[in-house]
Design a protein around this ligand. Structure first.
Ligand code: PLP
Length: 427
């Protein structure tokens, strides 16, 4: 079977909460007192239901019925494809499957959580959500989600991207979002940076600080984050829960599971429902997190407490980190720039449940080109990392003469990020 579909009724009715199976997950702590933080500390910042999910120890958390309708709207259940033409090109006995998270209106998995966060904000009576965006994937997803839920989004966009990436900005505008180049004169922290340099290029760290400051000062607003946090990864598990059913339909069990990692949300989304079986001692999957060599937090970082943002305004979280002031070199075009990785993903790495690998950008963009030529889809720069690892595993299977089954997450398409291909491959 080249494509495996599920019916709309088969959209999962619950999310899988891996925190329930990781009793030793270190809590977030206060930077000054080093005391563990609880839900009350986060209620002023995030929608209340999301905070409750963040700290929940329940194994399965129900997906509200109204929300499942919005999942239908964005194309869930998404199809599972077999990469038959890629297999033939590689001459491998391995079977390669990929989950199509690129089919959503904004072209990536990020809507799976953006919709939930906007839904909870609307139920709570909020008027708008603030967030930050770099290249614009997360900003586009949140703008779509807030417009569907009758809310507004206020997006602080890193000034240099605001100037250089006009198309995602237009996507956000079409969904009715307010977009402010950051640093801006709307916040204290933004004004501080603008005094230093009226043309400050901005950074994700500054944009986060501006979004948080705005949400904390206005009771009509809260803040929204697109990765790293437990509740964000929780929402993404619809990917893996669907993929499990689809693999059952083809009558196949994956030997290898693969996802690219920035903060870890799409990787977690695909793999956590499978990792649950590893944690129960039922299965032994090989699970690979793929990173850019320019930002290899799981592969080369240290497992310790660090700030979640670069400005140092968030709580401390225990994760694999390159240091919160880490900045990848400017020639890096492959995305996945975050200095750390989600606490749950980091804990699984420290326990040896998952492995990680880091590739240079020339190799991942080349893998993206091969995928476009064989499967006909142009992967997002981030997604090319997963494609590259899948190709490597398939070639290993060829060497060993083994009929391995490989499953990877196709997190998004690259149609709004073609410049990376141009720059790195010299097209
Ligand atoms: C944002 C993004 C990623 C990286 O974020 P994670 O939280 O690690 O999943 C990967 N792929 C695509 C297409 C993205 O937009």
């Amino acid at each position: 079977m080249i494509r495996v579909d599920l019916s709309q009724e088969e959209i999962p009715t619950y999310w899988y909460n891996i925190v329930s199976d990781l009793p030793d997950l270190p809590p977030p702590i206060h930077p000054a007192t080093k005391e563990p933080l609880g839900p009350e500390d986060f209620y002023p910042l995030f929608p209340k239901e999301c905070v409750d999910q963040e700290f929940s120890k329940e194994k399965y958390i129900k997906i509200p019925e109204e929300l499942r309708e919005f999942y239908v709207r964005i194309g869930r259940p998404t199809p599972l494809y077999r990469a038959k033409r890629l297999e033939e090109y590689l001459g491998t006995p391995a079977k390669i499957y990929y989950k199509r998270e690129d089919v959503t209106p904004t072209g990536s998995h990020k809507l799976n959580t953006a919709l939930v966060q906007a839904f909870c904000a609307a139920r709570e009576g909020l008027e708008y959500l603030t967030t930050e965006t770099g290249a614009g994937q997360w900003g586009s997803a949140l703008s779509y989600a807030t417009s569907m839920m009758g809310l507004r989004a206020l997006v602080f966009m890193v000034r240099i991207s605001y100037q250089q990436k006009p198309y995602r900005k237009l996507v956000m505008k079409l969904y009715g979002a307010d977009i402010v180049p950051s640093p801006s004169d709307r916040t204290e922290i933004g004004r501080k940076y603008l005094e230093q340099d009226p043309n400050h290029p901005g950074s994700l760290g500054i944009a986060i600080s501006e979004a948080i400051e705005t949400a904390m000062k206005d009771e009509r607003a809260k803040y929204s984050l697109g990765s790293v946090l437990n509740h964000v990864l929780l929402h993404q598990t619809v990917i893996g829960l669907e993929a499990k059913k689809q693999m059952e339909i083809v009558g196949e069990k994956p030997d290898v599971l693969i996802g690219c990692v920035g903060g870890g949300s799409n990787f977690a989304g695909l793999t956590f429902p499978f990792i649950e079986e590893i944690l129960r001692g039922k299965e032994e999957y090989k699970v690979i997190a793929v990173e850019p060599r320019a930002s290899p937090s799981l592969t080369e970082g240290e497992y310790r407490y660090d700030f979640g943002d670069s400005a140092g305004v968030t709580p401390l979280i225990k994760m694999f980190t390159l240091g919160h002031d880490f900045v990848p070199p400017p020639i890096h075009a492959g995305g996945l720039r975050y200095h750390g990785a989600a606490p749950t993903v980091s804990l699984l790495k420290s326990k040896g449940v998952i492995k990680s690998v880091a590739y240079p950008q020339e190799e991942v963009f080349e893998a993206g080109r091969i995928f476009a030529m064989t499967e006909g889809l142009i992967p997002a720069p981030e997604t090319t990392h997963a494609v590259k690892a899948a190709i490597d595993e398939a070639l290993k299977a060829k060497e060993e003469g083994k009929e391995k089954v490989i499953l990877f997450n196709f997190s998004g398409h690259g149609l709004l990020d073609l410049k990376g291909y141009e720059d790195v491959l010299g097209l």
